[in-house]
Design a protein around this ligand. Structure first.
Ligand code: GLU
Length: 373
């Protein structure tokens, strides 16, 4: 089956779960980490950008605190995660350093990605890091949320990050070879699913609710994550992180693991997602020049082309761009709140700092967050 979609991809979110990262509950498996880092460096040399989503903080924290048994109280797990996160980032940082690469710690929760202001902030930080050639290392912010601690849910976070950075694909490394038609632990003869559409309903039944030991995200959360990733047109691969050179093999198009494909092209998916999930919170009346620019060249909307700002909205809100006659030409997520937008409208972007007193985004709506109608 064709793996061209993976071979041709340029931006991956790679999710590594607790079950793989920990040495059977004895803290982080540093030699395994060294192996994945080496593979990720090779991927980068092939021109693939990487965002890493990694668990393992609780396990490392338990070791550091000398706890041999996983505590049951959530606050103890959170404390362990806070201690262990230090070791987790240290492990990645020291390995990547060998290749002269920097890492960055990003702690997120689901709310960060559904709140529009935070969404734009997280997005611009992550894309800036990628431009700088840094490897972002993302984990759930266990101090304030406990989805992963409770539900084993870093798969979902991986998918949301995939949407956020518009990655081509989400690669979920786990301790199994992929998704099987039946639970391979009960049915040793079970067949691996090499490829399917992420939206295929049969997958959820196949995934069942198999729940592993240390990592508690079963196959069901992985299938759901693939469906989420597909919203931005991204594929998902579920593969065995212990297979030698697993990342290189995937990048070369080898048929390993399970590939779950998105049914829509990235752009169409993203437009639908942008338009579908948010309510309009304001309007920007554009001058004729800006209308032309948006319609003809698909460029970003600059403040200079706006004549009037209607409504009261926050940074990250969905606003309509209308022409002088009131017909809508585009919709997008705005980088400034209504008050700021009023102050900078009609002005050149290089005056924004002087007017607002801080240096924000150059565009009022970035083209990536803009859909012309
Ligand atoms: N985010 C946590 C971690 O990285 C949770 C994992 C767990 O519950 O074991 O360790």
């Amino acid at each position: 089956m064709s793996r061209e979609v993976i071979k041709n991809s340029k931006r991956w979110v790679i999710k590594i779960g607790s079950a793989l990262l920990t040495d059977d509950g004895r803290g982080l498996d540093r030699s395994a980490i060294a192996g994945w880092v080496e593979q990720m460096v090779a991927l980068r040399q092939r021109g693939v950008e990487i965002v890493l989503v990694s668990s393992g903080a609780v396990a490392e924290g338990m070791t550091r605190l000398g706890w041999s048994e996983r505590p049951t109280a959530v606050h103890d797990l959170q404390a362990a995660a806070a201690v262990g996160q230090m070791g987790l980032v240290q492990a990645y940082e020291s390995q990547f350093q060998k290749y002269d690469l920097h890492t960055a710690q990003i702690l997120l929760d689901h709310d960060d990605l559904s709140n529009r202001t935070r969404y734009l902030n997280a997005r611009s930080t992550l894309t800036t890091l990628l431009q700088l050639g840094v490897i972002p290392v993302v984990n759930e912010n266990d101090t304030v949320v406990t989805d992963e601690i409770r539900f084993g849910d870093n798969d979902t976070l991986g998918a949301l990050v995939t949407n956020l950075v518009e990655a081509d694909g989400l690669v979920i490394l786990t301790d199994q070879d992929g998704l099987f038609e039946q639970d391979p632990r009960k049915y040793p003869e079970a067949k691996l699913v090499p490829q399917a559409s992420a939206s295929d309903e049969v997958l959820e039944a196949m995934a069942g609710s198999s729940v592993g030991g240390l990592g508690r995200g079963g196959m069901t959360t992985k299938v759901k994550a693939a469906q989420l990733a597909a919203r931005s047109g991204s594929f998902t691969v579920i593969a065995n992180g212990r297979e030698s050179e697993v990342l290189g093999k995937l990048a070369a198009g080898d048929s390993i693991g399970t590939l779950l494909t998105a049914s829509q092209k990235p752009l169409a998916a993203r437009k639908q997602w942008l338009l579908g999930q948010l309510q309009l919170q304001g309007k920007l009346v554009l001058d004729d020049g800006a209308v032309k620019v948006l319609q003809q060249s698909g460029r970003s909307l600059l403040a200079v082309g706006v004549r009037e700002v209607q409504g009261n909205f926050l940074r990250g809100a969905l606003v309509a761009c209308i022409d002088a006659e009131g017909s809508e030409v585009a919709r997008g997520l705005v980088n400034y709140n209504a008050d700021e937008a009023r102050r900078i409208m009609g002005q050149a972007s290089d005056r924004i700092t002087e007017i607002l007193g801080y240096q924000g985004d150059e565009e009022l709506i970035h083209r990536d967050n803009l859909v012309t109608l």
